[in-house]
Design a protein around this ligand. Structure first.
Ligand code: FPP
Length: 244
């Protein structure tokens, strides 16, 4: 059973929130700290946000943890991010499970280290029957590559006669995405004042409300989340019926 929303009792809740967590580096720079410190605080903000979403009754949360472009960062920063991810996966699985949260990873696993893939398998497996919320972590994820891969698989199926081109529609394309089992995001939040999608869930965000907030990701908390949800709800009230 989902818990009653806190703080935003009468607000229409988005079913699925997607977040581009941006600004760890600038948060650290502002404090004369190394970038790694910003990422560490960013990981804390992830914990806070997962808890807050679950308490509010959000059913799906998808976070952009590492894009396919992030490999171009300096090797030590990539190592820091992968290290944090290992720590997060080792530490949080038990807690996610206790909180009845299901973990899923979306993205291209081929580029990831073997031990990380193993941690992912363990985490997904341990939490697969959980029902309070689905936390999808985008790792080595790029939306255009996801679409290319979907097109390639569909083209192969057509070529070998398993699929009729006339059967290709939006639903069938959605079914070839990493996100095939989860509804499209209703609300997409990006922190740090940048106003771009940066190759995140391009297909899936066709109807999402986009909210750009100025705070850097490490400062993101329950209050910021509640404010974003309120803004989402007021847009819903203003625009009435949705297109989808
Ligand atoms: C952007 O900050 C953030 C990322 C590179 C991805 C988010 C990573 C984390 C929150 C850390 C660990 C994640 C998990 C799931 C444990 P930036 O470095 O691009 O900031 P900048 O634009 O200010 O330089």
């Amino acid at each position: 059973m989902l818990e009653a929303p806190v703080d935003i009792a009468d607000t229409k809740l988005p079913r699925h929130i997607a977040i581009i967590m941006d600004g760890n580096g600038r948060w650290a720079k502002q404090r004369h700290l190394p970038r790694a410190a910003g990422h560490r605080e960013g990981a804390e903000a992830v914990r806070r946000t997962v808890t807050a979403c679950r308490e509010m009754g959000i059913q799906y949360l998808t976070i952009y943890a590492f894009s396919s472009e992030n490999w171009k960062r300096p090797a030590d920063e990539v190592d820091d991010l992968m290290g944090l991810l290992r720590i997060y996966l080792r530490r949080e699985i038990k807690e996610l499970d206790e909180k009845n949260v299901r973990l899923r990873i979306i993205g291209d696993r081929r580029g990831l280290a073997e031990d990380i893939c193993q941690l992912i398998d363990e985490g997904e497996n341990a939490t697969k029957d959980n029902t309070a919320m689905v936390l999808s972590v985008a790792l080595n994820y790029g939306s255009q590559a996801e679409i290319v891969e979907a097109v390639r698989r569909i083209a192969k199926a057509v070529k070998c006669g398993d699929m009729d081109p006339d059967d290709i529609d939006e639903k069938m394309i959605s079914n070839h995405m990493y996100t095939k089992d989860i509804p499209d995001p209703d609300l997409l939040i990006r922190t740090s004042g940048e106003q771009r999608l940066s190759n995140f869930l391009l297909w899936q965000s066709a109807y999402a409300e986009l909210i750009f907030i100025d705070e850097y990701w490490p400062d993101f908390d329950k209050k910021a989340l509640a404010t974003a949800i309120d803004t989402y709800a007021s847009r819903e009230r203003r625009f009435g019926a949705r297109e989808n």
